[in-house]
Design a protein around this ligand. Structure first.
Ligand SMILES: [Zn+2]
Length: 302
């Protein structure tokens, strides 16, 4: 093998390696990990920082997060302050200019959707309120997840132009699968006759609003603040006057306050629900997740 053929061999080798290199995606939440995997398929490698069974608001910037983010081609975050307590520290530690906010390598899911529960008065994270930019739990709404999937396919196409058709095709399949389920979820939820529920945190508001169930109260006095004795008494009153039949407790919260309210108000079921993909071992997809919440309202899930 002469010098020229060695060069040709090496350039072919490196071209193959480069062309096969996957887009290295790091997501903050497990929902966004599922979404990036669904849209990115074989052309991406996806790692998520938060488990589906963890409260996403209250985490610390771990060294393992910094290491993962330092190697990412694309960081997919939720936005609306969900990661505000820890992601800025991770970004500072990672020193990866490709994924800083505002760059092509940082996709913020909430940027393309309309938020709900935006506070009318000035609230502060220092007061314990973790929703001062509006409700960040956007991936609990199947319709908003569809919008995010399409936007993510566009972003991936910009980062990996050769994969544009592939990402569009995969996003299309994802959108079609979710869209096909929504009408039956609507029918089943309506058939339960449940029009109001109490939840622990405002995690389920996008889901409930989508399916015309009113979030009538919360066990937390403010988002991110542990239930107080006074607030529990107020919520017992809300449950009685509102004839509440169901309390949904997100599975990373304690259900003691819910039990107290159910005992005092009477006629109330308590259901603990996963609120993220991976929130329980058998919740592997968005359809699994939404299906489980529908079943909880129906009274069918364990
Ligand atoms: Zn929240």
């Amino acid at each position: 093998m002469n010098f020229k053929s060695i060069c040709l061999f090496l350039s072919a080798f490196f071209w193959t390696q480069t062309s096969m290199a996957k887009v290295n995606i790091v997501t903050t939440t497990s929902d966004l990990q599922a979404l990036a995997t669904a849209v990115g398929g074989e052309r991406v490698a996806v790692d998520g920082l938060i488990k589906g069974s963890q409260d996403p608001h209250h985490l610390e910037a771990k060294p393992s997060f910094v290491l993962k983010v330092s190697h990412a081609d694309l960081l997919v975050s939720n936005g609306l302050g969900l990661e505000a307590a820890w992601l800025p520290k991770v970004l500072a530690g990672a020193r990866n200019k490709n994924i800083l906010p505002g760059s092509l390598g940082h996709f913020i899911a909430a940027e393309g959707i309309t938020a709900i529960d935006i506070p009318l008065t000035n609230v502060s994270r220092a007061d314990g309120d973790v929703h001062q930019e509006g409700n960040p739990h956007i991936t609990l709404d199947p319709e908003r997840v569809i919008i995010i999937a399409s936007a993510l396919a566009i972003r991936l196409s910009e980062l990996d132009k050769d994969g544009a058709d592939y990402y569009q095709q995969r996003a299309g399949v994802f959108v079609k699968e979710i869209t096909s389920k929504i009408p039956s979820w609507k029918v089943r939820l309506k058939a339960t006759g449940i029009s109001k529920v109490i939840t622990y945190h405002k995690t389920l508001n996008y889901f409930l609003t989508r399916f015309q169930i009113e979030p009538a109260g919360y066990l937390e006095p403010h988002p991110g603040v542990t239930p107080t004795a006074r607030h529990i008494l107020d919520t017992i009153s809300t449950a009685k006057t509102g004839q509440i039949k169901l309390i949904l407790v997100e599975n990373f919260f304690d259900d003691t306050a819910a039990k107290r309210i159910a005992a005092e108000a009477g006629g109330i079921r308590i259901k603990t629900v996963p609120v993220a993909v991976g929130g329980e071992p058998d919740i592997q997809t968005f359809i699994d997740l939404y299906e489980r919440i529908v079943q909880a309202v129906e009274g069918k899930s364990s």
